[in-house]
Design a protein around this ligand. Structure first.
Ligand SMILES: Nc1ccn([C@@H]2O[C@H](COP(=O)(O)O)[C@@H](O)[C@H]2O)c(=O)n1
Ligand SMILES: C[C@@]1(CO)OP(=O)(O)OP(=O)(O)OC[C@H]1O
Length: 164
């Protein structure tokens, strides 16, 4: 049986922190606040994968009260979630991420972000889609108070399903 999952995350924009999105350090005058590296893109992707298999959420697997995850590299957390997916007998069919960010311009970084995620998932970059939009100055994203990401993931059983 194919399994679909969705994930959503928001992190607050602050100065003095790096901006890491999709495992990529993005040049910016601000970063995101979080217990981990606050990679809002990977957090949405992990929650979508966990949701597809009803395995809870990232807060359950990586509690923000646990010092082990202080400034954690979310790529490592993603690799752990991918291992859980494999153990359950599933693999990524495709995923689609929408990043809501007023700035910076993410288009120049999207290919590297897709490659990072595909590398962690052991899949082709064509199976990973990342898109970005502004909020046209509206709301907390439009005021540059935060960045949000939404992900939808489709998982397929490891055996008997083509990736096409
Ligand atoms: N942080 C962002 C936001 C948007 N883009 C790209 O610009 C296009 C137009 O954005 P609108 O919000 O005006 O629709 C969008 O389709 C993206 O290609 C971006 O690179 N980074
Ligand atoms: C990733 C984790 C890891 O402690 O930390 P945060 O950076 O706080 O991210 P958030 O999406 O708020 O919560 C999930 C946590 O599991």
């Amino acid at each position: 049986m194919m399994r679909i999952g969705n994930g959503f995350d928001v992190h607050e924009i602050v100065s003095g922190r790096p901006l890491v999105l999709g495992g990529e350090r993005i040049p910016a005058e601000f970063g995101l606040l979080g217990h981990s590296d606050a990679d809002v893109v990977l957090h949405a992707v992990m929650d979508a994968m966990l949701g597809a298999l009803a395995l809870g959420d990232i807060g359950h697997h990586f509690p923000n009260t646990d010092a082990r995850y202080k400034d954690a590299n979310s790529m490592e957390l993603l690799r752990h979630v991918v291992r859980l997916v494999t153990e359950q007998g599933y693999r990524l069919c495709n995923l689609d991420v929408m990043v809501l960010a007023e700035a910076p311009k993410l288009a120049p970084h999207v290919t590297r972000m897709r490659e990072n995620i595909a590398g962690a998932c052991g899949c082709d970059v064509q199976q990973v889609s990342i898109k970005a939009t502004t909020m046209e100055t509206l709301g907390f994203v439009g005021r540059k108070e935060g960045i949000a990401a939404q992900a939808v993931v489709l998982l397929a059983p490891l055996e008997g399903v083509s990736s096409k």
